[in-house]
Design a protein. Structure first.
Length: 148
């Protein structure tokens, strides 16, 4: 069995923190040259936001970076990024996204690949279980978050 990666663990930490705050358990970290430069979690509920998904929060928390930094970055997310978050990764030309799981939700992964983004799908059991538990307990909030 492959060793768990510290950066997906950091994203899981953010997801759990969001759940503790009453939000949706999705977390993300942005890594450049082996260092976390941004952390985020889905905070739509906590901030009464329409757009504050984990990846958006993470990239916002990284602050203003230059184009070369984004092109060396790896975005880690506990869940497959939605259209909005995928579009942000494309806008900033983030070349690689490591996804904890895409069983409970799958964003536009084929489109990301078509645009040259390398995707690594971990199918991490912890990420899958966390989302399944949340969706089962909070179907209305989950459907709202993914636009259903």
């Amino acid at each position: 069995m492959e060793k768990r990666h510290q950066f997906i663990d950091a994203a899981i930490y953010e997801a759990r923190k969001g759940l503790e705050e009453g939000g949706i358990p999705i977390g993300s970290v942005l890594v450049i040259d082996g260092q976390i430069v941004g952390r985020g979690r889905n905070r739509r509920v906590q901030k009464d936001s329409a757009i504050l998904h984990a990846e958006m929060d993470c990239i916002e928390n990284a602050g203003r970076l230059n184009a070369q930094d984004y092109r060396r970055a790896v975005l880690y997310s506990t869940l497959s990024p939605c259209d909005m978050c995928s579009g942000t990764a494309l806008l900033y030309q983030i070349p690689k996204i490591i996804i904890g799981e895409n069983q409970t939700f799958q964003g536009p992964e084929d489109y990301l690949r078509l645009r040259g983004v390398e995707l690594v799908i971990l199918n991490d059991e912890l990420c899958i279980q966390m989302m399944n538990d949340f969706i089962r307990s909070n179907p209305r909030l989950w459907n709202e978050d993914i636009g259903k």
